[in-house]
Design a protein around this ligand. Sequence first.
Ligand code: PLP
Length: 412
Amino acid sequence: MNEYLMAKKNGREIPLQDKIFGINERAKKMSEEVGSENVVNASVGALLDEKKKLVVLDSVTSVLNSAQGEDYAPYAPIGGTDEYKEAIKKVIFDDIEVKAHVGVVATPGGTGAIRNVISNYTEREDEIITTDWYWATYKSIAEEQNRKIKTFEMLDEEGCFNIADFENKLNENLEQKNSALIILNTPAHNPTGYSIKYDEWQNIVKKITNKAEKGKQIILFVDMAYIDFAGDKKEVREFLKLFNDLNENILVVLGYSASKTFTFYGMRTGAMVCMSKNKDIAEEFNRVCQYSARSSWSNCNRLGMWALSKIVEDERLSKKVDEEREYYREILKERGEVFDAEAKKIGLKTVPFNAGFFASIPCENPDEICGKLEKEGIFLVPLKKGIRVSVASVSKEICKELPAKIMGALKS
Ligand code: PLP
């Protein structure tokens, strides 16, 4: 492990195999041996239907099938096509009136946005603040660029956003530096399904405004990868209103992913969108993030940008995509609720779940527990603080059965 023949380590811990990829491989192998009906693979971060088939929205497929060569063959502008940038503002803000200055740069999925916000708004060796339950890729993106992740406890004893620990960790960072990058993944957080509530957002804004008024620069990155599976379109966007009139020392950057919203995972389509009171800061955002794009992936997938723009420009089509997605969102919601209710019924502790692809169970020895479950044909993802269950990738019936199986493994 971690021995290099010619490659340079550069401070990174590179495992021999990606953890989730490894779990998937083992699940696939067991399916071939004992039959897929005897295997539960709740490790996948993609939405599958009740028959374990990847959900791909028909309305999106029909748009892709209508593309002509000129729609996808030319290079796209580095920051994204103009139509795409307009479409992105529409999908993110919907009908929210935006008063802040906005910058938009296309990225390959939400992942590209995370990469660019780190490269442009932190320095080498900096610590980036995020929740203690977090998408493990944040760490690898940070380490790839010689940065580190510093966590605060996401939830307090009442299961609410832990504003005190958030502030503690922010204070620690700001004692040493003049600026801080905070990453919050909400709504429908990966891996727990937690969504920051409106009043919790108000508190967060209050805290960072306080720092900004003292001359500190705060970059707040909101990873909204799962927003369109989090609930009512308008309700889940309400918190964005709070970013309209912030102190100009605060830069909000929204990380948008079309992967889940448009069932577009392989199209690598996403964007980073900034909101600032200061026009020059928004313009600088466009300039520096385009520079980073050019020097890492160059330009993004033109077909993905084209298809998303086509859908958003056409009201009828947009409605069709929304309706189709809503059907699956309901299924996903039911699965999450069934899992949560069953867990409560049998006394299995979970992290407060609101919506989305995943739920988590806090526990000691997650690797050991997941190892035991794998022997029974149940594949979950062990994390540092517990176990992640992808309700997106298993049927409602399985969601009802899983809590008891997990409880059994915890007790044995
Ligand atoms: N953020 C979180 C929390 C995710 O789970 C993912 C994907 O799994 C992403 C961002 C980015 O996804 P993509 O790069 O496919 O758009």
